[in-house]
Design a protein around this ligand. Sequence first.
Ligand SMILES: C[S@@+](CC[C@H](N)C(=O)[O-])C[C@H]1O[C@@H](n2cnc3c(N)ncnc32)[C@H](O)[C@@H]1O
Length: 241
Amino acid sequence: MARRLRYDIPGPDRRVSIEDVQAKGWEEIFAPDLQPPLRMVLEIGFGRGEFLQALAEASPEVSHVGVEVSWKRVLKMARRLARMDLTNVRLVHGPGESVVAAAISPASLEAVWINFSDPWPKERHHRRRLIQPALVAALAERLVTGGVLHVATDDVDYAEHIDAVLAAEARLQNLWAPARWRPEVPGRPPTAYEREWRAEGRPLHFWAYQRRALAEAARGPAGAALRADCPFGVDEPKRLP
Ligand SMILES: C[S@@+](CC[C@H](N)C(=O)[O-])C[C@H]1O[C@@H](n2cnc3c(N)ncnc32)[C@H](O)[C@@H]1O
């Protein structure tokens, strides 16, 4: 028999709406758990949330925002977080594209993770794919200089699409060039979907694209800073031009 969904949140409710963010701002939303200036990391499409949890546990001083379009997944993750002492995570229900546009400021993110987003294999559905030039451009604008956009897929056709979209965004540079992507990233915890695809023997593709310095940002010390302490998968951040 299917288990009934439980709606109660057995502890602090870490869910916030776009309207909450617009009214209060992230600093108030993370207070008193984290002190400004906030360092922020975003995961879009966190699914069961185990990767978001691993990120947050690895960097307790960093604020983590998880965005998910599935209301049920947000509820389940909110219930899990309520039972845990993990105070540096907040969840937003909604499409990543809308949340990024409405609730994330330019130059505010140290890292963005998009793991195994739906590949939508039929050609007539390709426009539903999450990785699109407009979202990647919006994320490039919202990353701090030196911040990194991480993307993963198991789907060979979607991999070509992702690679073309990332390579076309002039504000980002491929940290693993001349390789187009990596088939493995040592030390990276697997997501729930990744475990399934690995068990099926599918080829995996991982990207890490770093936000380039703007000419004026490169002159200042903050602009030149590299986020070398980002966990999982940025082993050798490049010197920025
Ligand atoms: C294939 S699952 C991968 C989940 C997880 N990242 C993993 O690797 O196990 C894709 C997830 O992205 C979510 N999703 C799809 N479109 C989205 C969007 N536009 N914004 C945010 N989440 C989205 C889905 O609800 C689903 O949880």
